[in-house]
Design a protein around this ligand. Structure first.
Ligand code: HEM
Length: 396
């Protein structure tokens, strides 16, 4: 049986209402399915768990496609500062640059660095939950989820209390702006320069101090790389974490038996996090990569220099890995096999931090907000949007 696909099916409103049905058909088709996005770019969709893992580890799939093309021409114009910084983003680099940068950052972004944030995160979560209790009716996005990750990243990096308001404003612009040349990027870069200078003079117990300390050892991030790294933490760590919190709350409240289970045993908070990541993780398709030559993948052939769309949503609902994949079930034994944080060299750098924030938040919600309810039924999400703009909730 051949399964037919329309050319831009992935972006059609019907598919947006139920993207999982589309990925199920791609899995059954047993070949990469070419789709054309609204800008006219072709993207080869891969949706089986095993094939997505293959794609994420494939030596001839990556980001820096220009290096592999015969017509690689030098950039015609002088790049602006913001473009230069954007070009040093870890998530868009291949080895050897990725290996070097990731190695440096991992040295500073250790389990210890993350673990020592735990009491601090718990304190922020306690305050957010206490405020929600006081309010009675509140917004799950603005009042509970949104303030946590940006403050955690500020704390991790080492942004002093008095600069937090400015940092949050830049963050909101950086997270939403596609335009790298915005004045906010430059102001943000100047601020990171200044903060790095202060940490060089007087180190503190934070990520920025650890990153600049590498300079003394001879191998370090250069200035653009340092700014790009802090920017990436915001881009990659803010909306994703908000999404897990907001969707987890909505899934629990629309599955009342499982909500009751969590209330009875808050230690299930971790299981809630993992199943939310599997069932509706923040990343539908990892940032597109390119083939560097013609390759065989997922039961078919993809020509050279084409874009590949590896679908984490497809992988995380693959029935050959997960039993009853379309059921949200915090008790499932196979949830840990999800790949919502990706896999291979780009595996999420903030996975343990994101997990810690979400676990603490679900734990506090379960302990303090027993009577939590949806104040209105949320509309359907269109899929590419990470989460709802608002999630009205009440406890009275
Ligand atoms: C990479 C998901 C939170 C920082 C990734 C990737 C995924 C992902 C799928 C791989 C992208 C790719 O292969 O192209 C998530 C999810 C989160 C989360 C589901 C939910 C909590 C965070 C947080 C931070 C963070 C809290 C940091 C504060 C990063 C960075 C990368 C990354 C720096 C790039 C790693 C590299 O290219 O080597 N994330 N992320 N993420 N994430 Fe996360």
């Amino acid at each position: 049986m051949t399964i037919e696909f329309r050319l831009s099916e992935l972006w059609e409103p019907d598919t947006r209402r139920d993207p999982h049905a589309f990925y199920a058909r791609v899995r059954v088709a047993g070949r990469p399915v070419p789709q054309v996005d609204p800008a006219g770019n072709r993207l080869w969709i891969v949706a089986r768990h095993a094939d997505v893992l293959d794609g994420l580890q494939h030596p001839a799939i990556g980001h820096e496609v220009r290096k592999h093309q015969a017509q690689d021409l030098p950039l015609a114009h002088q790049r602006s500062e913001a473009e230069r910084i954007a070009a040093r983003q870890l998530i868009d680099l291949d080895p050897p640059d990725h290996t070097r940068l990731r190695g440096l950052v991992s040295k500073a972004f250790t389990a210890r660095t993350v673990a020592r944030l735990e009491p601090w995160i718990a304190d922020v979560a306690d305050r957010l939950v206490a405020r929600a209790l006081e309010l009675g009716t509140f917004d799950g996005v603005a009042d509970l989820a949104d303030p946590l990750p940006v403050n955690v990243i500020a704390q991790l990096v080492g942004v002093p209390e008095e600069d937090r308001a400015r940092f949050r404003e830049w963050s909101a612009i950086i997270v939403s702006a596609a335009d790298h040349d915005s004045a906010a990027t430059l102001a943000f870069a100047a601020y990171i320069d200044e903060l790095a200078e202060r940490r060089r003079a007087v180190p503190e117990d934070d990520l920025l101090s650890e990153l600049v300390a590498l300079e003394a050892q001879g191998d370090a991030l250069d200035r653009d790389e340092l700014v790009a790294m802090v920017q990436l933490l915001l881009i990659a760590g803010q909306e994703t974490t908000v999404d897990v919190l907001v969707n987890g709350i909505r899934l629990l409240l629309t599955h009342p038996e499982q909500w009751q289970d969590l209330l009875a045993d808050p230690s299930l908070a971790s299981a809630v996090v993992e199943e939310t990541l599997r069932f509706r993780g923040p990343v539908e398709i990892v940032p597109p990569r390119f083939t560097f030559r013609e390759i065989d993948l997922a039961g078919g052939t993809i020509p050279a220099f084409e874009r590949v769309g590896l679908s984490l949503w497809g992988a995380n609902r693959d029935p050959s890995v997960f039993s009853a994949p379309d059921a949200f079930d915090i008790h499932r034994p196979d949830a840990h096999r999800h790949i919502a944080f990706g896999h291979g060299i780009h595996f999420c750098l903030g996975a343990s931090l994101g997990r810690l924030e979400a676990r603490i938040m679900f734990d506090r919600i379960a302990r303090e907000l027993h009577r939590l309810r949806l104040a209105v039924e949320p509309d359907e999400l269109d899929g590419f949007r990470l989460h709802w703009g608002t999630l009205p909730l009440r406890i009275r």
